[in-house]
Design a protein around this ligand. Structure first.
Ligand code: TMP
Length: 234
């Protein structure tokens, strides 16, 4: 399938229509932003890494019965996806304290949580994607009860699958962000799963192999993304 009209350009991806209204193509860019795009840069090769890593992880999830928008890889930077009516919610799962949770609750990064924490954030850049709960989601009509239940249950399932997958590759899955949407009355996982949307620490050394290297100016960013590609895709 070929790209037709570009219908969206985000911070890290472009989305195109195809000749079939039910399918889109998402193209992964090397552009990186942080802190609501107040910090901008380029991570050479990031788009290729995120496309291939996302494809591998979506295929893994599909093989375990978790439905996603992924159809197939088209090229180094492009994947064919099902068109979703995306919920204005980000679902974050945390296994280890870091980032937003460390800041919100005044905790040390690295504390292993007794059980996974699920957070919802309202997709609203101007307000820095504020933390919300299920009552906000229902009251604002961001998703129905059923949709929210499915997204929540799938998120924990995804956590178990990904935690296990990364463990086998000597990586601790610290936290990650997911987006879900509707496609023909089904709730599917959308967006991407990549070092942009996960925190991945090398087991033992706790070396950061994700976008925190960019957010915090730690250097070795390209190398970290390539390392993840190597461990995920082999
Ligand atoms: P946080 O600790 O900053 O809330 O981030 C939690 C996880 O979500 C982390 O793995 C990075 C990911 N994330 C995104 O994918 N997009 C975002 O805009 C933010 C803030 C975090």
């Amino acid at each position: 399938m070929e790209k037709r009209k570009q219908i969206y350009e985000g911070k890290a991806k472009k989305v195109y229509e195809t000749d079939n209204k039910d399918f889109l193509i998402q193209e992964f860019k090397d552009d990186a932003t942080a802190f609501d795009a107040t910090k901008r840069g380029t991570i050479i090769g990031k788009g290729v890494v995120n496309n291939k890593v996302s494809a591998e992880l979506f295929e893994l999830l599909e093989s375990k019965g978790v439905e996603t928008h992924f159809v197939k890889l088209l090229s180094d930077r492009d994947m064919l996806i099902k068109r979703l009516d995306i919920f204005l919610i980000e679902v974050t799962i945390r296994n280890i304290v870091a980032g937003g949770m460390a800041k919100l609750l005044g905790l040390e990064e690295g504390i292993v949580l007794k059980e996974p924490v699920l957070e919802y954030h309202y997709k609203k850049d101007k307000l820095h994607d504020p933390l919300i709960n299920e009552y906000h989601i229902k009251a604002l009509g961001l998703a129905t009860d059923d949709e929210l239940r499915i997204a929540r249950e799938r998120s924990f399932e995804i956590n178990n699958i990904l935690k296990d997958f990364f463990k086998k590759r000597s990586i601790d899955l610290v936290d990650f962000k997911l987006e879900f949407g509707r496609h023909k009355d089904k709730v599917l996982l959308g967006d991407e799963i990549s070092p942009d949307t996960c925190r991945l620490w090398e087991h033992g050394t706790k070396k950061k192999l994700d976008k925190d290297r960019f957010r915090r100016d730690l250097g070795g960013i390209e190398e970290a993304y390539q390392e993840i590609l190597k461990r995920v895709v082999g």
